[in-house]
Write a protein that binds this ligand. Structure first.
Ligand SMILES: [Zn+2]
Length: 291
């Protein structure tokens, strides 16, 4: 029997954006090559300011992803708010999200991650209702255009933001091309009091995914992870795993024990080194879980 490699694991690991150690002047393709070099197998293209990528570049990214066996996703621009106050502002955000989905599809990405927005002084339930109507239309457009991508509303780290785990699961139940992007660091920061940082709490969150979405959810996880600084109101900034209170060993144990599959993308300042650390930590827990 040949030795098990990182590609045999149910979870692929990578970074959000091409790390600084990627080959120079090669953009996303350099990031793809760097992931392969580090024995990682996923990359999220950080199109977070705007989507400005030619069809030619998209085709080259897609070819590189296939050649190096790196699973691709796209982080859509930050300036999207499903609860935008004016129709004009919503239309601008909608165009950014659709631009990410259209170009991402051409670049071989399977998942489009976006920040769902903020409450804008509305009640969370009101904001959620407005967001749901708008997301329904975008999800239908993505389907009609046959883009073949999953829209992933991200769980957010500030208590004034749309994007609790429950929000993301509810949308995913309702729309077949929507699934959560679970940012475990954000959920820890969102709590604001140091909670959401134990094996039991991580397992409870995974059970929420299982209960709401079954295999479609737990076997197709898309996870963002980092250390994180926070106040009572939530996220301040991302930290390296070694510099933060985040209980990452228990997270990877919980993922292994829950039989979760999918991708984990590192978002720490030292993103590529921490992605390697996340993968090796998970690999040990996975080995124990399948014994
Ligand atoms: Zn994000």
């Amino acid at each position: 029997m040949s030795k098990a490699t990182h590609l045999d694991l149910p979870i692929r690991f990578g970074t959000v954006g091409s790390p600084a150690s990627s080959p120079a002047n090669k953009g996303s393709i350099g990031g793809i090559m760097r992931m392969r070099e580090l024995n990682l197998s996923a990359l999220e293209l950080a199109w977070v300011q705007s989507v400005r990528v030619s069809d030619e570049t998209c085709a080259a990214i897609k070819a590189a992803g296939e050649e190096y066996n790196i699973a691709l996703s796209v982080h859509a621009p930050y300036y999207i708010n499903l609860n935008a106050e004016t129709e004009e502002m919503w239309q601008a955000g909608r165009e950014r999200l659709l631009a990410a989905a259209r170009a991402g599809s051409k670049a071989g990405a399977t998942d489009i991650i976006f920040h769902p927005g903020s409450y804008m002084k509305k009640l969370p339930t009101e904001a959620f209702a407005i967001a749901t109507v708008r997301l329904r239309e975008v999800a239908a457009t993505v389907q009609k255009e046959k883009l073949g991508v999953t829209l992933r509303p991200e769980t957010m780290g500030k208590s004034a933001s749309l994007g609790t785990l429950e929000d993301a699961v509810l949308w995913s139940k309702e729309f077949e091309n929507v699934l959560p992007c679970v940012d475990f660091a954000h959920l820890h920061a969102r709590a604001g009091d140091g909670t959401f940082n134990t094996y039991a709490e991580f397992t409870e969150a995974l059970n929420t995914v299982k209960a709401g979405l079954g295999e479609r959810g737990i076997k197709h996880m898309h996870i963002h992870f980092s250390g994180i600084a926070y106040t009572a109101k939530g996220e301040k900034n991302h930290l390296n795993l070694a510099d933060a209170d985040i209980n990452y060993k228990d997270l990877f144990k919980a993922l292994a024990d829950a039989g979760a599959a999918g991708r984990v993308l590192s978002e720490t300042p030292n993103m590529e080194e921490d992605a390697v650390l996340m993968q090796s930590t998970y690999q040990r827990s996975h080995k124990k879980a399948i014994k």
